[in-house]
Design a binder for this molecule. Structure first.
Ligand code: ACM
Length: 544
């Protein structure tokens, strides 16, 4: 069967097959309850198989068990005349084995209800032995530029699980909207979660969508999302941006901005895209405000890693601000880059004191990296290389490979062709560990991540279109033991995608079909638009 991501080793298929039928039992040993619930409520419901509980040793059963001899996320799936046995090194390993079982059962197993009356689902005898290459297999979703309602987030967690991805990096704050309820600072969502209008398309398009946009997750919504993710062995890593990408915060609480150089009381939540000049003031009051924010964030998110952003923070306001300049002197710092590092170091230590770890975008290297920091290397590999060589952990997510908002093809057919072309094959050939790293430094590459920025994705269909099918290629890079980039068998991956498109269809994913978008995936043009939205804007710089 055409598994994605490809497993490490398969023996079989044999000539005979085991059949799952109405009275096939589900035998779940202690510690495997998440997979037991998931199999019954997902695969069982899709196929009309009740999977009643059974006793250990039962024949005609799916048996789940933890085997300490396996690595934590490893699993062994054995299909034989006795039934299906899934052994995992931990509860997570068992769960990943169940994801493989679902793929072996065929695309109907990806639906929400049975679509045909079938008495039996056959799986040919085989053994799959599998374990992931990386411990951090992430997707970042930007819910600030366009809010994704909670149901959509839960759906994405299911899509991550189906691809054996285990980190959901939740980009919750940015200039265009603050998306998480913070009880002690209610204006963050009363004011900061709403904008009056939005730029339509590119930041240089000159067009506006005049419909107000916004939304946020209540703390109970967040608890639900975190719990739903945990049931799927996914860690939710929240991102709260400091000190840049802060216009929405400053619109809500103008005193947090550089009031000596900007009329911050006049700011509104930003309605267009690009790099924003508004940066938090480097004051004790701002530190206390964000400590309050992070206290609530830590209560909601059990993740060890907490992302603090740190990217694209222009220093012009700090250069002009007498308060910021006095702060630089008082702290004995060389310049504004070191002032940003001071900001980040404060929260590195603050998080460490609470048993957590700080992660930030690679700009946090610029004024000196905080001692405990982990780096999301997005501007290419360089930041990740520097951090890994200095003994810091790194998550590789270079925009050159895994920014899934970038266009999938040249020409007029793409609905919103921003940046440059990253094809399915480009993503498949992403090599997360630069060959020049020593084995010691390479061990600091703890994982990989694909990033989905949503400036031009105003609804879920558009997020699907940009994310799929490329997330499937990314998942194989993150999980599978692939050879070096140039030696990868893309033709084989492409062939296996044949089966995977059937699964994505059954899941209702609006992926970009091979060969181009379907008619209904074309972007509807607003009334005031005079040209084709499928065409790059004349004279626009790349990556707008
Ligand atoms: C980023 O893409 N600004 C992290």
């Amino acid at each position: 069967m055409d598994l994605i991501p490809a497993p490490r080793a398969v023996q079989g298929p044999g000539h005979s097959a085991f059949s799952l039928v109405t009275d096939t039992q589900l035998v779940a040993a202690p510690g495997t309850e998440t997979t037991e619930r998931w199999l019954r409520s997902t695969v069982g419901v899709a196929l009309g198989l009740p999977l009643p509980p059974g006793e250990a040793g039962a024949a005609n059963a799916v048996t789940l068990r933890i085997d300490d001899a396996l690595a934590p996320e490893a699993y062994r799936l054995d299909v034989s005349g006795r039934g299906v046995e899934i052994l995992g090194g931990s509860a997570a390993g068992v769960f990943w084995g169940a994801q493989t079982l679902r793929q072996l059962l065929g695309s109907d197993a990806f639906r929400k209800a049975p679509v045909r009356a079938r008495a039996a689902y056959e799986i040919a005898y085989r053994t799959v032995e599998d374990s992931p290459r990386f411990g951090w297999r992430g997707l970042m979703l930007d819910v600030s530029r366009h809010f994704m309602p909670k149901d959509g987030v839960l759906r994405y967690l299911d899509l991550l699980a189906a691809h054996k991805l285990n980190v959901f990096h939740f980009h919750l704050t940015d200039d265009q909207g603050w998306r998480i309820e913070i009880e002690r600072h209610p204006k963050l969502t009363e004011v900061g979660a709403w904008r009056a209008r939005s730029r339509w398309g590119y930041r240089t398009s000159g067009l506006w969508n005049e419909t107000p946009h916004g939304g946020y997750y209540t703390q109970d919504d967040i608890r639900e999302i975190v719990a739903y993710a945990a049931e799927r062995h996914i860690t939710v890593v929240p991102e709260i941006e400091i000190p840049g990408h802060s216009q929405a915060v400053i619109a809500a609480y103008p005193e947090l901005g550089n009031t000596d150089v900007v009329d911050t009381a006049a700011l509104t939540v930003w309605d267009t895209w690009g790099i924003n000049p508004n940066i938090l003031a480097p004051t004790e009051e701002v530190l206390r405000f964000y400590e309050g924010v992070f206290e609530e964030v830590l209560d909601l998110f059990p993740s060890t890693f907490i992302h603090v952003g740190g990217d694209e923070a222009p220093k012009d306001q700090w250069k002009a601000s007498p308060t910021a300049q006095a702060r630089i002197k008082e702290l004995g710092l060389a310049d504004e880059d070191e002032l940003q590092s001071w900001f980040i170091r404060h929260f590195d230590q603050w998080l460490a004191e609470r048993g957590r770890r700080l992660i930030g975008w690679d700009e946090i290297l610029e004024g000196g990296l905080a001692p405990g920091a982990t780096v999301s290397s997005w501007r290419g590999y360089e930041g990740g290389i520097a951090a890994a060589e200095a003994g810091h952990d790194v998550v590789m997510c270079p925009h050159t490979q895994v920014y899934l908002d970038y266009r999938q093809a040249d020409g007029d057919e793409e609905p919103m062709p921003i940046a440059y072309v990253r094809t399915l094959e480009d993503v498949y050939r992403f090599e997360p560990v630069p060959p020049q790293l020593s084995p010691e430094a390479a061990a600091h590459v703890i994982g990989v991540q694909a990033n989905v920025w949503t400036e031009v994705m105003e609804n879920q269909a558009r997020v699907d279109y940009q994310t799929f099918p490329r997330l499937a290629a990314f998942a194989e890079v993150a999980w599978s033991d692939l050879p070096a980039s140039a030696e990868r068998d893309y033709a084989d991956f492409d062939r296996r995608m044949g089966a995977h498109y059937g699964r994505l269809d059954a899941l209702g994913v609006d992926y970009r079909a091979p060969g181009g978008p379907l008619p209904w995936q074309k972007r509807p043009a607003p009334e005031n638009f005079k040209g084709s939205l499928g065409r790059p804007i004349e004279g626009a710089p790349p990556n707008v």
